[in-house]
Design a binder for this molecule. Structure first.
Ligand SMILES: Cc1ncc(COP(=O)(O)O)c(C=O)c1O
Length: 399
C-alpha cells in the first residue's frame, strides 16, 4: 500500500520548488513535545519546528486564542487600530528594554526592518553617508537581500550577488577586530547573542559589554537578532539578559506567536522615532490573528516561567552531553545556553540525525558536523535526558 508520505513526496517533487531538498516524512499531528507521522508513529520533537514551538505543539492557550480570534476578526489593515496588536506590543515593551514595536511576518522581515531603522536613524541624526552595518562572520540573519547581505556565510549568498552594499563582517568574540572596523560610515552593529545556524556559538559576556561600549562611544545602534535565541530559548526571556547588555534594537520571530507566522522589531524610544508615518509597513504585520496568538504565547512563556525552566533543564541536558563528550572522542565540543545546544562532531551530523529519527527523536543540524537541539521549553525532563542515552548508543555502535 502506498503511504500518505509517499504520495505527498511524489506530488511535492512535481509541484513544489525543490529549495528544501527531498523530504520523506509527513508530520500530520502535534501535541506538546510530540509529533505524529502519517503512519501514526510518534516522535519526540527536539527541534521545535526550527525553534518555533517553544511552547510545544498546539499549546491549549494558543489554540484557544486562535479559535476565539478567528471567530471575531481575521484581518483588518494597519489603517485601523488592532486590539491584539497593541496588547502584544504592550507585553513586549513591559518585558524588554525596548519602548516601541513594529510587527511583520517573519524573521527576515524583522531584520530588514532593523536595517532600515539603523540607516534612517543615522540619516536623521548624522546626515547621509553613514550606512555601514558591522555584522559577524558565520552569522545568519535571513534570506531576503538585506538580511542575506548581513549574513556572514558565503554559502547562502553564492549566486545571488551582488549583495547590498556596506556590510562588514568581523569574527565573533574579537573586540579589537570590531573596533578596527568602525569608521565614519558605520551606523550600527548587528549580531546574534548566540549564533544559531552558524553552529550554536554564544558571544562572550565581556565581548558584548565591549561592543556596547564601542557603540556608545561612536553613537552606533546595537541590534540583537534574537529570532532563534530569544523568548526563553537561551535560559532568559531575552538572551540580552544573560549578558547584562541592553541593545537598542531586538528582532524576534519564530516562537513569538506559538506557531503562527509573525516577526517583530523592537527598539528604544530614540531610534524608534525615525520610523515616522510612511517610512515602513507590512500588509499583514500586526495582523489580529497572529497577534492574538502572540499575546497567548508570550504571556504563557512569562507566566509559566519557561525561561527559568529552559535554563535549569538545559543545564542538566548539557551536563549529559558533556559526559558523552568525555566518553566519545567523536564529540569535539558541546556548546550553547539553556535549551539551545549544539554538539560538534567529527563526522556528518546527518548520520546521528538518521539514527535518532529511527529511534523516534527529531533533532537538527547547524552546519555539516553540528547536531542541534532546540527542544520545546515544556519538554519532559526524562524524555529529554533519555535522548542523550540514544545518542550514547549511536556513538558506541558507530565505533
Ligand atoms: C537568528 C536568525 N535570524 C533570522 C532568521 C530568519 O528567520 P525567517 O526564516 O523567519 O525569515 C533566522 C532563521 O533561522 C535566524 O535563526
Amino acid at each position: 500500500m502506498v503511504t500518505l508520505a509517499e504520495t505527498l513526496q511524489s506530488q511535492a517533487e512535481n509541484v513544489l520548488m525543490q529549495n528544501y531538498g527531498a523530504r520523506n516524512l509527513a508530520l500530520v499531528r502535534g501535541q506538546g513535545a510530540h509529533v505524529w507521522d502519517s503512519e501514526g508513529r510518534r516522535y519526540l520533537d527536539l527541534l521545535s519546528g526550527l525553534g518555533v514551538n517553544n511552547l510545544g505543539h498546539c499549546h491549549p492557550k494558543v489554540v484557544a486564542a486562535i479559535q476565539k480570534q478567528a471567530q471575531t476578526l481575521l484581518h483588518v489593515s494597519n489603517l485601523y487600530l488592532i486590539e491584539p496588536q497593541v496588547q502584544l506590543a504592550g507585553l513586549l515593551v513591559e518585558h524588554s528594554p525596548a519602548d516601541r514595536v513594529f510587527f511583520c511576518n517573519s524573521g527576515t522581515e524583522a531584520v530588514e526592518a532593523a536595517i532600515k531603522l539603523a540607516r534612517r536613524y543615522s540619516y536623521d541624526h548624522h546626515g547621509p553617508g553613514r550606512h555601514t552595518i558591522i555584522a559577524l562572520q558565520n552569522s545568519f540573519h535571513g534570506r531576503t537581500m538585506g538580511s542575506l547581505s548581513a549574513t556572514g556565510q558565503a554559502k547562502y549568498q553564492k549566486g545571488f550577488e551582488p549583495m547590498l552594499e556596506r556590510f562588514v563582517h568581523v569574527p565573533i568574540n574579537d573586540l579589537e577586530a570590531l573596533k578596527a572596523a568602525v569608521d565614519e560610515t558605520v551606523c550600527a552593529v548587528l549580531l546574534e547573542p548566540v549564533q544559531g545556524e552558524g553552529g550554536i556559538h554564544p558571544c562572550r559576556p565581556e565581548y558584548l559589554r565591549g561592543v556596547r561600549e564601542v557603540c556608545d562611544q561612536h553613537r552606533l545602534l546595537l541590534m540583537f537578532d534574537e529570532i532563534q535565541c530569544g523568548l526563553g530559548r537561551s535560559g532568559h526571556l531575552f538572551a540580552a539578559d544573560e549578558f547584562g547588555v541592553e541593545p537598542d534594537v531586538i528582532t524576534l520571530a519564530k516562537s513569538l506567536a506559538g506557531g503562527v507566522p509573525i516577526g517583530a522589531m523592537l527598539a528604544k524610544e530614540e531610534p524608534a522615532q525615525s520610523l515616522v508615518a510612511g517610512t515602513h509597513a507590512a500588509t499583514f504585520g500586526g495582523n489580529p490573528l497572529s497577534c492574538a496568538a502572540g499575546v497567548a504565547a508570550f504571556q504563557t512563556i512569562v507566566d509559566e516561567k519557561l525561561p527559568e525552566r529552559s535554563r535549569a533543564l538545559g543545564g542538566r541536558f548539557k551536563e549529559r552531553l558533556l559526559a558523552l563528550q568525555r566518553k566519545h572522542e567523536a564529540i569535539v565540543e558541546v556548546r550553547g545556553l539553556g535549551l539551545m545546544l549544539g554538539v560538534q562532531l567529527t563526522f556528518p551530523a546527518a548520520d546521528a540525525l538518521a539514527f535518532l529519527r529511527e529511534r523516534g527523536i527529531l533533532a537538527g543540524t547547524a552546519g555539516p558536523e553540528v547536531l542541534r537541539f532546540l527542544p520545546p521549553l515544556i519538554v519532559e525532563e526524562d524524555e529529554l535526558l533519555a535522548s542523550a542515552e540514544v545518542l550514547d548508543e549511536f556513538l558506541t555502535t558507530r565505533r
